[in-house]
Design a protein around this ligand. Structure first.
Ligand code: PGA
Length: 237
C-alpha cells in the first residue's frame, strides 16, 4: 500500500491561540473517531509565528504530526530584513513549501529564486515541497537546477494548477484523471518520487485523488483550517 502525504497549508491564517484550539479540537476528535493513521504522513505548515507552538502541541498531545514551513529565504544569512533562513528553520521543521503560485504572483518569486531556495533546503536537510503549476514550469526548473533531477527523491512534488486553488476569483479543482495524468508526466521527467495534488481538495473529493495511481497525497489549503474537515480528509484517504 502506498504511503500518503497529507500536507496542510495554513497560509496567512491562525494566531497562536487559534493554533492551540486547532490542535486540541483535532486530537479530541481523533480520539473519539480513532482514525487509521498508518501509512499516512501528516504535515502541518502553519505561519512562522505558530511553528514552534504547533510542534509543542503535536508532541504534548501525542499526535504523530510533522511540522513544515511555508517559505524560506533565498539568502543564507545577513542583511535581508524580514527574511527567515534555512539555518533558523533547520531545528524547527522537517518540510518546507516552495514555489507556491501565490508567492510567485504576490511576491514576484522567479524560477531562479525557487531553485536557490531548494538548494538551501536540501543543504539544511529540510524536505522541499515543490509546487508545480504546469509542466513547462517543471522544464524551466530542470534547466536551471540539476538538483531537481539529481535530488528528486528528496523532494516532494505537488502538481497544483493555480486556477484549482480555492479563494480569489473563479476556481475549480482539477479532475482526478487530469491530475493523475500530469503527476505521471512529472514522474516521467524526474523519476520515481512523491507527487501530490493540490487545489480545492476537501473531504468530498479527497479519495478520488488519493485513489489515482500516480498521486501520493495532497496539499490542502482552505479545508485544512477546520480540524474536523481535515480529519475527515484523512479518514477518507
Ligand atoms: P486550497 O489551497 O486547498 O485552498 O485550494 C491549496 C494550496 O494553495 O496549497
Amino acid at each position: 500500500m502506498k504511503k500518503l502525504f497529507i500536507i496542510a497549508n495554513w497560509k496567512s491564517n491562525k494566531t497562536i491561540e487559534e493554533t492551540e484550539k486547532w490542535f486540541h479540537d483535532f486530537s479530541e476528535k481523533l480520539l473519539l473517531e480513532s482514525a487509521d493513521l498508518s501509512n499516512k504522513e501528516l504535515i502541518i505548515c502553519p505561519p512562522f509565528t505558530a511553528i514552534e507552538r504547533s510542534h509543542d502541541y503535536s508532541v504534548n498531545l501525542k499526535l504523530s504530526i510533522k511540522i513544515g514551513a511555508q517559505n524560506i529565504s533565498k539568502f543564507k544569512q545577513g542583511a535581508h530584513t524580514g527574511e527567515v533562513t534555512g539555518e533558523m528553520l533547520e531545528s524547527l521543521v522537517l518540510y518546507c513549501i516552495v514555489g507556491h503560485s501565490e508567492r510567485r504572483k504576490y511576491f514576484g518569486e522567479t524560477d531562479d529564486d525557487v531553485i536557490e531556495k531548494i538548494k538551501l533546503l536540501l543543504e539544511y536537510k529540510i524536505t522541499p515541497v515543490l509546487c508545480i503549476s504546469d509542466l513547462s514550469q517543471l522544464d524551466s526548473y530542470v534547466d536551471r537546477g540539476k538538483q531537481i533531477i539529481e535530488k528528486a527523491e528528496d523532494i516532494i512534488f505537488v502538481y497544483e494548477p493555480p486556477n484549482a486553488i480555492s479563494g480569489g476569483g473563479e476556481y475549480k479543482p482539477d479532475s482526478p484523471d487530469d491530475a493523475n495524468l500530469n503527476a505521471g508526466k512529472i514522474k516521467e521527467k524526474v523519476g520515481e518520487t512523491k507527487i501530490l495534488y493540490g487545489g480545492s481538495v476537501n473531504s468530498d473529493n479527497a479519495s478520488s485523488f488519493f485513489s489515482q495511481p500516480n498521486i501520493d497525497g495532497a496539499l490542502v489549503g482552505q479545508a485544512s483550517l477546520d480540524p474536523i474537515e481535515f480529519l475527515q480528509i484523512i479518514k477518507n484517504a
